[in-house]
Design a protein around this ligand. Structure first.
Ligand code: ASP
Length: 341
């Protein structure tokens, strides 16, 4: 029987770093020599290929252009591999995993993002375990079909749906949470897949969407927010959509100028998408008086979507060139399991 074949795509980030023995500083790892650095990989009976992007980046420098490069590489190699592992800095991993989930329509193979808090070349690194387990997950099949055919994030001991995950800890090995969706798999001495929560592929051909419109923004509300700040944010030239991070179940100040400014902006065509600042729970417009007005003026609900996923989804829908009404409709419709309505 053929060995499972896995493609590892290296974008940069801490996981791919090691200490230069001469200078003592962190430098990117040479994945060409991976079997030398990680001989244990030979014990996995897989064919593992590596592809390193030319411009390895700290993920703080991630861009929609890089998402497109990544998706194009997956598209090019889609039929040659059983699964894909993306090595990526953890800082913006949730944005990238969300973006890829929207780009890869009808995905039927695992695309597992992973990274680490300590560089792979350090003695106590979490990178080796994350890397090896991600390869196992990408290769895993249940009754002949991939066990996790989704864009997901594996970190420490949890496999999460990528567009439901958030980086919530800058130090712990367990760096990601998914406040509104259960784990896709829990990893201990066994990898236990939670099948009822894992997406079932549609069976249709993979479609790769490659356009993003970056004319979006995030407006996080806070007590004391000034009129000037709100006005200037809404007046940003070219802005088409804004994710408004509200309090609790989607609440915002009832101050007259605030509601008027939002209402004016909506009338001029701006899409305002209500997403909660809470890491768990859903927007429920109209539950409190403080969200009733938002509903009335045409702010739309993001339900329980994460900010990262909301941003990627808005850039994707606007990039695809849908009409204003269609963008609003799809923002309120689960497209890749990113929200529960
Ligand atoms: N700053 C790094 C990055 O996101 C952190 C990491 O790799 O986890 O690229």
């Amino acid at each position: 029987m053929n060995k499972p074949s896995i493609l590892v795509l290296y974008t940069g980030g801490t996981i791919g770093m090691m200490k230069d023995p001469k200078t003592g500083s962190l430098v990117p790892f040479d994945f060409g020599n991976i079997y030398e650095h990680l001989p244990v990989l030979r014990n996995l009976d897989y064919d593992i290929d590596f592809y390193a992007f030319k411009n390895l980046i700290d993920s703080s420098n991630m861009t929609p252009e890089f998402w497109i490069e990544l998706a194009e590489k997956i598209e090019e190699c889609y039929n040659d591999y059983e699964g894909f592992v993306v090595l990526h800095g953890s800082d913006t991993m949730a944005y990238s995993a969300s973006a890829l989930s929207f780009m890869l329509e009808n995905l039927a193979k695992p695309v597992v993002f992973t990274g680490s808090q300590l560089p792979m070349g350090m003695v106590r690194s979490d990178g080796r375990e994350n890397f090896i387990t991600s390869i196992e997950i990408a290769a895993s099949k249940t009754n002949g079909i991939p066990s996790a055919p989704e864009v997901c994030i594996f970190f420490e001991n949890q496999l999460l749906r990528g567009n439901r995950a958030t980086k919530f800890n800058a130090e712990n090995f367990n760096a990601f949470s998914s406040g509104n969706y259960p784990t896709l798999a829990d990893v201990g001495i066994k990898i236990k897949y939670n099948r009822e929560y894992i997406a079932k592929p549609s069976g249709d051909k993979l479609i790769v969407h490659k356009k993003f419109d970056p004319n979006v923004g995030i407006l996080k509300l806070f007590p004391g927010i000034t009129h000037d700040f709100v006005k200037h944010s809404l007046d940003t030239p070219g802005l088409k959509g804004i994710i408004m991070e509200t309090f609790g179940s989607g609440n915002a100040p009832t101050t007259e100028w605030f509601i008027e400014d939002l209402s004016e902006a909506i009338k001029k065509g701006l899409i305002i998408y209500n997403v909660t600042q809470c890491k768990s729970g859903s927007v429920e417009m109209g539950r409190y008086e403080t969200s009733l007005n938002l509903d009335k003026i045409g702010v739309i609900s993001g339900y329980d979507i994460t900010t990262e996923s909301a941003l990627a989804k808005m850039m994707y829908l606007l990039g695809e060139g849908y009409s204003h009404e269609e963008v609003k409709k799809y923002l309120q419709t689960p497209l890749r399991g990113e929200m529960t309505i």
